[in-house]
Design a protein around this ligand. Structure first.
Ligand SMILES: Cc1cc2nc3c(=O)[nH]c(=O)nc-3n(C[C@H](O)[C@H](O)[C@H](O)COP(=O)(O)O)c2cc1C
Length: 234
């Protein structure tokens, strides 16, 4: 047994002091290590951000080219090639369309021209009221407001029910060709179930109802801006 005399007490105090010093040194080492890890983390984050930025820059051009190709392919389906000799994609007209049925503001209108004269126009319409949200349509319209073609270019409708608006699934969307506000009455711009001219699908009325409304809205938009669009010379 250790007798608590003065010598023993001094040794005990010395041991405690050494222990405290060691802990303090450990803390210092830990703090230095923490500093280093912070810098390492910051450097990693910086390198990752730089790589992401470089990747984004490197793919931007390719993505833009791909989007232009998709758009050109869609325009090719709603604007007969015989109607134009210009580059339809270049210089689209931006029409302020707040509150109008296209759902876009501005609406980009692509003009087809032959010998410098506007022969047709194409533009996108957001058809609201679909089963799973709006459907994006591309409409091609001739000078007189007759539909040259309609395509659904984006939708989230149910496969097997609402997706019959795609040309790959049925020819329903082709039935709009030739229609205009003049040759189809306001009552006609509805699905048959609502007393109009257009078929609904078996068990799916909501999607065709939305598309019919969108197409009619698109024609009204064209009619309102027709004179200005036909007069475009640049
Ligand atoms: C899971 C599920 C998915 C549906 N998807 C669609 C759809 O994509 N498009 C559609 O028109 N109706 C869809 N329907 C059916 C509609 O709910 C509705 O019954 C049908 O469009 C008939 O509409 P109506 O009552 O206005 O005639 C779906 C129903 C269910 C249960």
């Amino acid at each position: 047994m250790i007798v608590p005399n003065r010598e023993n007490l001094r040794r005990l105090a010395g041991d405690q002091w050494q222990k405290l010093r060691r802990q303090f040194d450990d803390l210092e080492a830990l703090r230095r290590r923490l500093d280093y890890q912070t810098y390492l983390l910051a450097a990693c984050a910086l390198i990752a951000s730089l790589l992401l930025g470089i990747g984004d820059l490197a793919t931007q051009g390719a993505i833009a080219r791909r989007q232009a190709e998709d758009l050109r392919a869609t325009l090719g389906q709603v604007l007969p090639p015989a109607l134009y000799d210009n580059d339809v994609l270049s210089n689209p007209k931006l029409i302020s369309s707040a509150g109008e049925a296209t759902g876009f503001d501005p609406t980009e209108v692509y003009l087809a021209k032959k010998d410098g004269e506007v022969t047709a126009a194409a533009f996108k319409v957001l058809a609201s009221g679909g089963y799973a949200g709006p459907l994006t349509l591309m409409l091609g319209v001739d000078r007189d407001g007759h539909i040259l073609g309609v395509r659904v270019i984006a939708h989230a409708e149910t496969p097997g029910l609402g997706d019959k608006v795609e040309t790959a699934k049925s020819d329903w969307i082709l039935k709009f060709t030739g229609r205009s506000l003049d040759n189809t009455s306001p009552q006609g711009w509805r699905v048959k179930k609502d007393g109009g001219d257009f078929d609904q699908f078996a068990g799916a009325t909501i999607t065709p109802r939305a598309v019919v409304g969108g197409v009619q809205g698109g024609l009204k938009f064209f009619e309102r801006h027709r004179q200005a669009l036909l007069a475009a010379t640049d």
